[in-house]
Design a protein around this ligand. Sequence first.
Ligand code: ADP
Ligand code: ZN
Ligand code: ZN
Length: 818
Amino acid sequence: MDDRRIAAVMVDVAADGTDKPFDYLIPKELVTEVTVGSRVKVPFGPRKRIGYVIDFPARAQIDRLRPILEVMDLTPPLTPELVRLARWMAQVYLCPLITVLQAMVPAVLKGNYRRFLRLGPAFSGEDLLPEAEARLIRLLREREELTLEEAIGLEGVTQPLIRRMVDDGRLVMEERVGDRTTRKRRTWVVPSQPAAILRNEAESLPKNAARQRDVLHHFATRPEEIPLQELLADLKAPRSAVDRLVEKGLLRRMEKEEFRDPFGGRSFARTQPLPLTPEQDQAFQSILRPLQAGEHRTLLLHGVTGSGKTEIYLQAITETLNSGRQAIVLVPEISLTPQMVRRFKGRFGDEVAVLHSGLSKGERFDEWRKIRSGDVRVAIGARSAIFAPFPRLGLVVIDEEHESSYKQEEQPRYHAREVARWRCREHGAVLVLGTATPSVESYFWARTGRFEWVTLNERVLGRSFPQVEVVDMREELKEGNRSIFSSPLRESLEACVDRGEQAVLFLNRRGFSTFVLCRECGETVQCPHCDISLTYHRTNQTLRCHYCGYASGVPRECPSCDSSHIRYFGTGTQRVEEELARLMPGLRVIRMDVDTTGRKGAHERLLSAFGEGEADVLLGTQMIAKGLDFPRVTLVGVIAADTMLHLPDFRAAERTFQLLTQVGGRAGRHEKPGRVVVQTYSPGHYSIRLAAGHEAETFYRQECLIRKRHRYPPFCRLFTLLLSHPDRGGLMTAAHRAAQFLMPRLPEGGEVLGPVPAPIPRIKDRYRIQIMIKYEDHTDEPTDLVEAMRQLKAGLKDPELRIGIDREGVSLPFDGYR
Ligand code: ADP
Ligand code: ZN
Ligand code: ZN
C-alpha cells in the first residue's frame, strides 16, 4: 500500500483534450483512504475540481505533482469493477471517460462548484465608494460571505467590478466544492445523566415547568435515544422544554444521518413462492443450473404475457441471495409501477432498493447508499440501475428486454443490455432477458445459439388469449364513417360498458396530430428554429416546439397564407376523449397522457382510480400499453395501429408488432374472456396481421429475412454519425469530408450510407446531416473503426461543427470485449 504515491485521476472537466487522467500525489495521511473508485477533490489549474481515481501509476507523467486535497466519501462510490466497465464503455461508445463515471453515480455526487466572496485584507472602509461597491461591502459586513450569484444579483454589481475588487485585494473569492444535497440528518435526544438524577431534578422543578417534568420522567423510565420530533409529539411538549433541559446539562442533542424512505415506512404483505407450473419450472431450472455453477449465461425468456415470468424472476432471485450473491432487476421506467414494486417488496421486504425517476435526488441517493453499503441485496430500477455497485452480482434480469428505453439517447449512449452482459461476464452471473416480444436481435441470437432460449407458451391457470379483430379503416371511410371510431369498436365498447366491464383505449402518441393545420394551404405551423411542426397545448393555449422549447400563442391566421380557416388539433388523446363524449354521453373516461400525468404521483392515482372502478374507460398513450393488470378489463381498442409503420426507422415493423402484442395482452388477464379491436389503414401489413393472429414465430422469421435482405442488424452493425452546423453549406462540405475520411478506414465489407439530411433536418437553428456506417458482425470489437472515428472527431477544426456518434443495432453479444 505504502508504495502507492501517485493516483491517476479523471477530473470533472468535460472539454476536449482533457479526456485523459491527470496524475496527483497522494498525501501520506490519505494513502490508506485512496482506492480505485474514490471520489477526490483536486486542484486543477487555479480551481478545485472533483475527480475519480482510476489507477495507481508506478511513475508520474511529470515531475512536480500537486497533491490530492481531500477524499470525499467514506466509502468510494465506485468499485474497481465499475471503473473497468467505465473504461470499456468510454471506448465503445466513443465518449469521455468522466461522462461515463458520472453516469454511474447518483446525481447528488456530481458535485457543485460555488464561488463565495469575503472582504479582503486590502479593504479599508466604505466611505467615498461608488454606490454599487458600497452596497456590496455593506452586505458583506452583515453576512460575512455571499455567493458570487448573490453578489451579481445586487444592483450595479457586475462580474468585471468583482474581478477588479478581487484583483486589488479588497475582496477574496473562494471556490468550494460540495455535494448537491447534503445527507439528510435528524435530531435525536438522549439523557446525559442517570435516571435517579433526572428524577431528582424533576421534583425540584418549579410548578409551572410541567412540560420539562414530563420530559424528565420520560427519560427516567426510558433512557434510550429518541428522535426529537417524536418526543415532542408524544408528550405534546414545546421545543423550548427540551432546550432548557439541554442547557442544564440533563439532556443531549445529537444529529444522526438518516435514510429517506420513499415508501414512507409502508409495509408490504409478505408473499410466499408459488408452486411453479411444469413450464415455469423448466424455465426456472435453466436459470438455476448456471446460477449454482457460477457460470455466465445469457438466457432469453420468451414468454407470452401472463405466463408467469415475474414469479420465475422472484424465485431465481431467492436462489441468488441464498448463494450469497446479489441481483439487479431492470424494468422500463413506465412499467416501474406500484404494482411491480409491491411484488418485489412483498417477496424480499427491506432487501430491495428501488431506483426510479419519480424519487427526489436525495431519495435516490439514499436507495443507492443502501446498495453500496450492503444493506440491500436486490436493486430494481430503470436503465441506470444496471450500475448498482454490488460486489458479487449473481443475477441480472431485464424485463421487457425489447423496450427502447434501455438505450440512453444522450452521452454515454449505452444500451443497458450490453452493459448487463459485460457485468455478468465479469461476475460469472446469469443474465435473463424476459419478454413476450423479444427484440429481433435477441430472437436471432437465441435461435442461432448465442443465447439460451426458453419459451413459455401457456398462460398460467390456462387463461385464454383474447380474440383479435382487425378493422380496415378505409372500408369504414367508404361507408361514410368519418369518426375516429369504427363501428365494430364502438359496438364492442358499448357492449362492454353495458356488461359493467372496463375497456382500455390505446393511442400511439406519435401518430396523432397535435399541430395547427391551415385548411386553405395545408401548411402546419412550424418552429422558426427547427424543421418540425409546433405542438398544440390546449391547457394553456400555446404552441410549443418539443425540441427547442420555443413557445408562441395560437395564431388566428395562417402564417403562410393569412387564411383564417385554421384548425387546432388537440393532443390525440384529447380529441379521442371529445369524440367519446359525443358518441357515448355519460361514459366515464380517465385519460392518461403527458398532460394529465405531469405531476408527481398522478400516474399512480389515475391507475388506482381506474382499478377501483371509477371509470369505464382508460384512455392513453404508450404509458398504458404494458405492465397493467386489471381484472375487469375485457376490451382493448387500438385506435390507429399503423401510425408507427411509416416512421423512417428499420425497426418500424418490429415496434408495431411488439406494441400490438403487448396491448393485446392487457385484455382478459383473468377469468373473463378478452377481446381486442385493432383499427388500421394497412390491415394487410405482416406486422399487424401476424400480431393479430398471435403468430410470433412467423413474424420473427419473416422480419429476419427482411433484415438480412436489406442488411440491417442483426446481420450487420451500425454506427450513425450526426453532424450539425448553423451553416448549411459548411455542413455539407464537412459531411462529405467526413464520409471520405471514413471510407478507406472501414473494415472489410463495410459501407458508408449518406451523407443525407437527418429525419429532422434542422433543430435549434442548426442543420443536421446523417451518415450511417454498416459493417460486418464479427465477434470482436471494431477497434480500427472506433479509432478512425476518434481521429475524425479529433481532427475537426471548425468550432461550429458538432458531431454525435451513436451505435445503433445494439444488443450485440460482444464476445471479444476484452
Ligand atoms: P408475466 O410476468 O409473464 O406477464 P406474471 O408473473 O405477472 O406473468 O403472472 C401472471 C399472473 O399469474 C400473476 O397474477 C401471478 O401472480 C400468477 N402466477 C404466476 N405464476 C403462478 C403459479 N405458478 N401459480 C399460480 N399463479 C401464478
Ligand atoms: Zn424549435
Ligand atoms: Zn394557409
